[in-house]
Design a protein. Structure first.
Length: 295
């Protein structure tokens, strides 16, 4: 009888003594920053996991998904745990710099990534210069209208005592207009704010203020009427973007679009949903923490 008990218990003891084995696969093939990488956990005999993505971020999820903002060499490690036993597996990821210029904007409500256009070189280079100078750090989104856009880039917003003048500040210069047929005010368009009216007949852009289009979905017939009024011929791709995603086409050829949001549309929507006062200023600060060039 004791011999039968011995043979029943022994397999359980063998299983409980097994060490965890960490292993994972990198599922995503995109190796150009910015990108989101998926990791498939193939570990065995473990009951807890700890991911280190090599850029200062960690996760305890079983399978993991992580967004990398910049190019570089990253060593990813997965620690599999069972009790006081651990096993670690590591793999290296090399992310190349993007061919096009991308900007990461970190805000108090989340991150947004933009692609800057080579078709508007003066606006592109000016935005990059201000970004590398740290100009945008600590600046607020000072004007937000849901269904329209979110505007920021005024250095006066760093001082609450100048709230009455928010929207009038800048770096002390303007940028020549760069209207391009391929760049229109679809949702996520990054465009330059400017002074309107007869004081600015050349429609020169503010040196630093910008807005991000949220807009509304357009009926195709209404879009075509707007296009005819402005003397614009939209491509099929642009028509699809306006009707499926939304935008503000009445601003086309009047304000310079110089970039496009590629990741972070949920952040844009959250910013545009912020409660505002009678002057369209957010009641709670929506701050730009930092802006960086993705290299």
């Amino acid at each position: 009888m004791s011999r039968n008990i011995y043979w029943i218990v022994l397999p359980f003891l063998l299983v409980s003594c097994q060490k965890p084995m960490a292993d994972f696969l990198i599922q995503s093939e995109d190796r150009v920053a910015p990108t989101t990488i998926e990791f498939d956990n193939k570990s065995q005999n473990a009951d807890a996991y700890e991911w280190d993505f090599g850029d200062g971020n960690q996760s305890s999820d079983f399978n993991a998904t992580h967004q990398y903002s910049h190019s570089g060499r990253y060593v990813v490690s997965l620690t599999a745990k069972k009790g006081n036993k651990v096993n670690i597996s590591t793999q290296e990821i090399i992310l190349a710099a993007p061919v096009d210029c991308h900007i990461l904007m970190e805000t108090s409500m989340g991150n947004m990534t933009f692609k800057l256009s080579d078709a508007t070189p003066e606006h592109r280079d000016n935005f990059i210069k201000l970004t590398k100078d740290g100009f945008y750090e600590g600046i607020l989104f000072h004007r937000v209208i849901q269904g329209f856009m979110a505007q920021g880039g005024d250095p006066l917003t760093k001082e609450s005592s100048k709230k009455g003048s928010w929207g009038t500040g800048g770096p002390g210069y303007t940028v020549p207009a760069e209207f391009v047929d391929s760049l229109v005010h679809v949702k996520g368009a990054l465009a330059a704010a400017r002074t309107g009216g007869p004081a600015n007949p050349e429609k020169r852009s503010s040196g630093s203020q910008f807005y991000i289009v949220q807009g509304k979905k357009m009926d195709k017939d209404a879009l075509m009427k707007t296009a005819a009024k402005l003397g614009i011929r939209y491509s099929e791709k642009q028509i699809k973007a306006f009707t499926e995603m939304g935008g503000t086409p009445f601003l086309d050829q009047n304000y310079t679009v110089f970039g496009q949001l590629v990741e972070g549309f949920d952040v844009l929507d959250a910013i545009c949903a912020t409660k505002t006062n009678a002057s369209d200023q957010p009641e709670s600060e929506v701050k730009i923490l930092r802006v960086s060039v993705i290299e």
